[in-house]
Design a protein around this ligand. Structure first.
Ligand SMILES: *[C@@H]1O[C@H](CO)[C@@H](O)[C@H](O)[C@H]1NC(C)=O
Length: 133
Protein backbone atom coordinates (compact mmCIF):
# COMPACT_ATOMS: atom_id res chain seq x y z
CA UNK A 1 0.00 0.00 0.00
CA UNK A 2 2.69 2.45 1.01
CA UNK A 3 4.83 1.36 -1.93
CA UNK A 4 2.12 1.98 -4.49
CA UNK A 5 1.38 5.33 -2.91
CA UNK A 6 5.06 6.23 -3.18
CA UNK A 7 5.08 5.23 -6.83
CA UNK A 8 2.14 7.50 -7.43
CA UNK A 9 3.99 10.31 -5.78
CA UNK A 10 7.07 9.64 -7.88
CA UNK A 11 4.90 9.87 -10.97
CA UNK A 12 3.56 13.22 -9.88
CA UNK A 13 7.02 14.46 -8.89
CA UNK A 14 8.29 13.42 -12.30
CA UNK A 15 5.57 15.40 -14.00
CA UNK A 16 6.58 18.42 -11.93
CA UNK A 17 10.28 18.15 -12.62
CA UNK A 18 9.71 17.32 -16.28
CA UNK A 19 8.47 20.85 -16.82
CA UNK A 20 10.08 22.42 -19.84
CA UNK A 21 12.09 25.63 -19.55
CA UNK A 22 9.73 28.59 -19.02
CA UNK A 23 10.14 29.96 -22.53
CA UNK A 24 9.05 26.61 -23.98
CA UNK A 25 5.82 26.57 -22.02
CA UNK A 26 2.59 27.14 -23.77
CA UNK A 27 1.76 30.83 -23.25
CA UNK A 28 -1.86 30.11 -22.46
CA UNK A 29 -1.22 27.87 -19.46
CA UNK A 30 -3.49 29.07 -16.70
CA UNK A 31 -3.62 28.46 -13.01
CA UNK A 32 -0.93 27.34 -10.65
CA UNK A 33 2.51 26.78 -12.08
CA UNK A 34 2.77 23.79 -9.75
CA UNK A 35 0.33 21.38 -11.33
CA UNK A 36 -0.81 18.44 -9.29
CA UNK A 37 -0.86 15.20 -11.15
CA UNK A 38 -4.29 15.10 -12.71
CA UNK A 39 -5.05 11.71 -11.35
CA UNK A 40 -3.62 9.31 -8.84
CA UNK A 41 -4.68 5.79 -8.12
CA UNK A 42 -4.20 3.94 -4.86
CA UNK A 43 -4.58 7.04 -2.78
CA UNK A 44 -4.78 6.19 0.90
CA UNK A 45 -7.86 7.80 2.40
CA UNK A 46 -7.97 8.42 6.12
CA UNK A 47 -10.08 10.77 8.24
CA UNK A 48 -9.48 13.44 10.83
CA UNK A 49 -11.38 15.97 12.90
CA UNK A 50 -11.51 19.10 10.81
CA UNK A 51 -11.42 22.60 12.24
CA UNK A 52 -9.27 25.53 11.26
CA UNK A 53 -7.37 24.23 8.22
CA UNK A 54 -3.98 25.34 7.01
CA UNK A 55 -5.75 27.17 4.16
CA UNK A 56 -7.31 29.46 6.76
CA UNK A 57 -10.90 28.22 6.59
CA UNK A 58 -12.86 26.72 9.47
CA UNK A 59 -14.68 23.54 8.46
CA UNK A 60 -17.07 21.20 10.20
CA UNK A 61 -17.30 17.42 10.03
CA UNK A 62 -20.14 17.41 7.51
CA UNK A 63 -18.15 19.50 4.99
CA UNK A 64 -16.67 17.55 2.10
CA UNK A 65 -13.12 18.73 2.67
CA UNK A 66 -9.71 17.05 2.61
CA UNK A 67 -6.16 17.59 3.78
CA UNK A 68 -3.53 16.97 1.12
CA UNK A 69 -0.37 15.04 1.93
CA UNK A 70 2.63 17.25 2.60
CA UNK A 71 4.45 16.04 -0.51
CA UNK A 72 1.76 17.63 -2.67
CA UNK A 73 0.84 20.46 -0.34
CA UNK A 74 3.30 22.86 -2.01
CA UNK A 75 2.99 25.56 0.62
CA UNK A 76 -0.75 25.76 0.17
CA UNK A 77 -0.66 26.24 -3.60
CA UNK A 78 -3.71 24.00 -3.98
CA UNK A 79 -5.92 25.48 -1.29
CA UNK A 80 -9.57 25.32 -2.33
CA UNK A 81 -8.89 23.29 -5.44
CA UNK A 82 -11.46 20.57 -5.88
CA UNK A 83 -10.68 16.90 -5.98
CA UNK A 84 -12.91 14.07 -7.13
CA UNK A 85 -12.47 11.04 -4.91
CA UNK A 86 -13.67 7.56 -5.84
CA UNK A 87 -13.69 4.67 -3.37
CA UNK A 88 -16.01 1.76 -2.64
CA UNK A 89 -17.76 2.38 -5.94
CA UNK A 90 -18.81 5.91 -4.97
CA UNK A 91 -17.49 9.32 -5.99
CA UNK A 92 -17.61 12.68 -4.28
CA UNK A 93 -16.01 16.03 -4.98
CA UNK A 94 -14.23 17.65 -2.05
CA UNK A 95 -12.26 20.82 -1.46
CA UNK A 96 -8.63 20.92 -0.34
CA UNK A 97 -8.47 22.93 2.90
CA UNK A 98 -5.56 21.59 4.88
CA UNK A 99 -2.11 20.03 4.96
CA UNK A 100 -1.77 16.43 6.17
CA UNK A 101 1.66 16.11 7.73
CA UNK A 102 1.03 12.50 8.76
CA UNK A 103 -0.27 11.29 5.42
CA UNK A 104 1.73 9.08 3.12
CA UNK A 105 2.54 10.53 -0.26
CA UNK A 106 -0.72 10.65 -2.24
CA UNK A 107 -2.57 10.23 1.01
CA UNK A 108 -5.66 12.25 1.70
CA UNK A 109 -7.17 12.96 5.09
CA UNK A 110 -10.94 13.33 4.82
CA UNK A 111 -13.47 15.03 7.06
CA UNK A 112 -15.38 12.40 8.99
CA UNK A 113 -18.56 13.32 7.11
CA UNK A 114 -16.89 12.73 3.78
CA UNK A 115 -15.21 9.50 4.92
CA UNK A 116 -18.60 8.21 6.07
CA UNK A 117 -19.99 8.84 2.61
CA UNK A 118 -17.63 6.10 1.47
CA UNK A 119 -17.48 3.77 4.48
CA UNK A 120 -18.04 3.65 8.23
CA UNK A 121 -15.28 5.23 10.30
CA UNK A 122 -14.54 1.75 11.64
CA UNK A 123 -13.01 0.96 8.24
CA UNK A 124 -10.09 3.16 9.35
CA UNK A 125 -8.71 3.75 5.91
CA UNK A 126 -9.63 3.13 2.30
CA UNK A 127 -7.86 2.91 -1.01
CA UNK A 128 -9.25 5.24 -3.63
CA UNK A 129 -8.66 7.05 -6.86
CA UNK A 130 -8.49 10.80 -7.12
CA UNK A 131 -8.52 13.30 -9.88
CA UNK A 132 -8.47 17.04 -9.73
CA UNK A 133 -11.49 18.77 -11.17
C1 LIG B 1 -15.29 11.36 -10.47
O1 LIG B 1 -14.62 10.18 -10.85
C2 LIG B 1 -15.50 9.13 -11.24
C3 LIG B 1 -14.65 7.90 -11.49
O2 LIG B 1 -13.61 8.17 -12.39
C4 LIG B 1 -16.30 9.56 -12.45
O3 LIG B 1 -17.21 8.52 -12.78
C5 LIG B 1 -17.06 10.83 -12.11
O4 LIG B 1 -17.73 11.29 -13.29
C6 LIG B 1 -16.11 11.89 -11.63
N1 LIG B 1 -16.88 13.06 -11.21
C7 LIG B 1 -16.44 14.32 -11.47
C8 LIG B 1 -17.32 15.41 -10.96
O5 LIG B 1 -15.39 14.57 -12.06
Amino acid sequence: MRLSATLCFLASAASLSAAAPPEARSPDVTGSSLELSKRFDDATLTYYNVGLGACGQVDVASDYVVALDSAQWSGGAHCFQRINITANGKSAVATIVDDCADCSDTGLDLSTGLFQFFAPLSAGELQGTCNFV
